[in-house]
Design a protein around this ligand. Sequence first.
Ligand code: ATP
Length: 266
Amino acid sequence: MNGVTCRGLCAERGGVQVLHDVDLVVGAGEWVSLVGPNGSGKTTLLHSLAGLVSADGDVQVAGVTPHRSGRRAVARAVALMPQRPIVPEGVTVRELIHLGRTPHIPRFGSETPRDREIVERVITRLELEDFASRLATALSGGELQRVVLARALAQQPQVLLLDEPTSALDIGHQQQVLDLVDSMRREGELTVIAAMHDLTSASQYGERLVLLDRGRIVADGLPADVLTVERIAEIYGARVEVLDRPAGRAVLPLRDRPEPVESQEP
Ligand SMILES: Nc1ncnc2c1ncn2[C@@H]1O[C@H](COP(=O)(O)OP(=O)(O)OP(=O)(O)O)[C@@H](O)[C@H]1O
């Protein structure tokens, strides 16, 4: 089973419980967008699914139990594209992407031509050829974000966890990256869970939206059912208009225009 099941998931950060009894079942090949205000627990949930944060409850990700299975087995099943990547000094972009192959290389073994072919294919698909020989620490924030996605894709996971994957990208690269992930999902039964602040992208790429608030799932369903004007006002305290387009729901923030200031006679 290549999807994700978690039941009664509870997790703490810094001694404080931040996830409360999360139940989530994601079928193989689904794209679920995870939305919610700052601090609602999206990163903690993704890290729990990747086995990086200890959690209570029953969690299965692509047939492995992240907290109990070995690191290599977990890394073959699930890849996380982190919100704040840590980049080792002195490593080129190509070397960083090659790290994604590590869980597939046997202990005491070395890379095969197939590993190198997978890395080169990912570099081509993300149009990273011009950066491949540069130091990863010398990239702009958006360039690095695409390289970190490339490393996660080179890992060839069954479940891909994306934490704000487009936060540093210009609008063209946002579409390129999300379209690429979506086409890989359609081609290969990749299961995607993506934490996203951009509610329009979350709606248009996610077949299903899960809304977290203060560590609890408060809505789970079709984007148009989850992202209503009233719910966005209640959970985010935001004023928005929603527009239904063939590509899906778009969420447009609205400025509350201040009253014009009366001009005062000198
Ligand atoms: N290492 C930590 N130590 C203590 N508290 C933490 C730690 N990491 C996260 N938290 C707290 O846990 C809560 C959930 O954080 P989390 O990063 O999961 O939220 P999020 O929904 O991803 O937020 P954002 O949208 O701002 O990225 C927040 O209150 C945060 O301050």
